[in-house]
Ligand binder design. Structure first.
Ligand SMILES: Cc1cc2nc3c(=O)[nH]c(=O)nc-3n(C[C@H](O)[C@H](O)[C@H](O)COP(=O)(O)OP(=O)(O)OC[C@H]3O[C@@H](n4cnc5c(N)ncnc54)[C@H](O)[C@@H]3O)c2cc1C
Ligand code: SF4
Length: 332
């Protein structure tokens, strides 16, 4: 492990001054919350910050609900959010995304903020034995392009990076138009979760739109009829303790037998949590007829590109959308 100074600021204002940064490997200081991702990266020499700034005890861990929606403090754990009765009843896609993530031990420790900012599971990024990784070392190349890329993205990729975004929670939140509240040295602001992560382009080492020092303080999820009739479908290599090969978060508002409004977001396939507006538009006004659903789902694949080992995801993604819409549509 690269030697670093662990900072334990007495309050959030003192933490922000240290201008730690999440989601970029060249940052000299980085925050740590539950530590379930960060410690692994420190241990493996993937992250080498000079300072690690602990957020323990500095951020809200409460889960609040009103008729307008849900407010999740950034320090709330995955386990507490998944078990909250309002989350399970009014926002099932969030509870299902969390319960299908990691293990009970990890969920007891991992926080909402840390989950959204966890780093990719690309094996070349996480193993410094591979020299070629633009995300870890800008300008070094991308070992995954011609290597084993079964786990990698088919949407939003670039010649510099094809790493898939790993968070299940983020996919559910993007489907529900959730917003993150941020606080930084220059004040507070809000950003839709859909705009928190960047496409890799030619700078895959910069993963988020956060400014230096900014922390996520809370996640706000608006209530809606669609949120109540929502579902998270995760396809993975084994039944637990595994990241998504492909996932689909679907939320539907129904009018009789027809879909009034659909929200569709995808995981395991995008370089960031992936919203599929073209699928949503095609589903609007449609019935749950399987042929129609299949045609709508095909629109998600319009700009998809496979890299060999991961090309199967183009078909799997469409099947996952159909299945998730059928399940959400079948809910009362
Ligand atoms: C074995 C295993 C299996 C897993 N499986 C899954 C899975 O199936 N699905 C899934 O979605 N996840 C999975 N995870 C990832 C897990 O969900 C994350 O490790 C966890 O959510 C990170 O939260 P944390 O609080 O521990 O963050 P940390 O590890 O402390 O931090 C992660 C990153 O977020 C930054 N950060 C943390 N909090 C804030 C904040 N409030 N503001 C700004 N920056 C912040 C840190 O600087 C760091 O860069 C798995 C992890 C493990 C170890
Ligand atoms: S896909 Fe991205 S993270 Fe993986 S090796 Fe290529 S540049 Fe690195």
């Amino acid at each position: 492990m690269h030697p670093f100074t662990l900072e334990r600021p007495r309050d959030l204002a003192a933490a922000l001054i240290l201008r730690a940064e999440a989601g970029r490997n060249d940052a000299p200081a980085e925050y740590i919350a539950g530590g379930t991702d960060m410690v692994q990266l420190l241990q493996e020499y993937v992250r080498r910050p000079d300072r690690v700034v602990s957020l323990a005890g500095l951020l809200d861990d409460r889960i609040g609900s009103t008729q307008q929606g849900l407010r999740l403090g950034a320090a709330a754990t995955m386990a507490d959010v998944a078990a909250h009765p309002v989350v399970a009843r009014e926002f099932p896609v969030i509870a299902e995304a969390l319960l299908n993530s990691a293990s009970p031990q990890v969920r007891n420790q991992a926080t909402m903020g840390g989950n959204l900012l966890q780093r990719t599971r690309c094996p070349y990024f996480r193993d410094i034995g591979y020299a070629d990784c633009n995300k870890r070392t800008p300008g070094s190349g991308c070992a995954a392009l011609k290597g084993e890329n079964r786990w990698h993205a088919i949407l939003g990729t670039s010649e510099a990076c094809i790493a898939a975004h790993p968070s299940d929670l983020a996919v559910a939140l993007v489907a529900l138009d959730a917003v993150v509240e941020l606080r930084g040295p220059d004040g507070e602001r809000s950003v839709p979760v859909a705009r928190l992560h960047r496409l890799p382009g030619d700078a895959p080492h910069i993963e988020t739109t956060l400014q230096p020092g900014e922390v996520i303080t809370a996640i706000v999820v608006p209530a809606s009829p669609a949120a109540r009739r929502s579902h998270y479908l995760k396809v993975r290599d084994r039944a637990s303790f595994e990241f998504a090969v492909v996932s689909a978060a679907v939320a539907l508002e129904m009018e009789g037998e027809r879909i009034k409004e659909a929200r569709v977001a995808l995981g395991g396939v995008g370089t960031k949590p992936w919203r599929a507006p073209e699928v949503e538009a095609a589903l609007s006004g449609a019935s749950l007829d399987p042929d129609g659903l299949r045609q709508a789902a095909a629109l998600a694949a319009q700009n998809a590109r496979g890299y060999g080992h991961n090309t199967f995801k183009i078909e799997l993604m469409q099947r996952a959308i159909v299945r998730a819409v059928e399940t959400a549509g079948g809910r009362a």
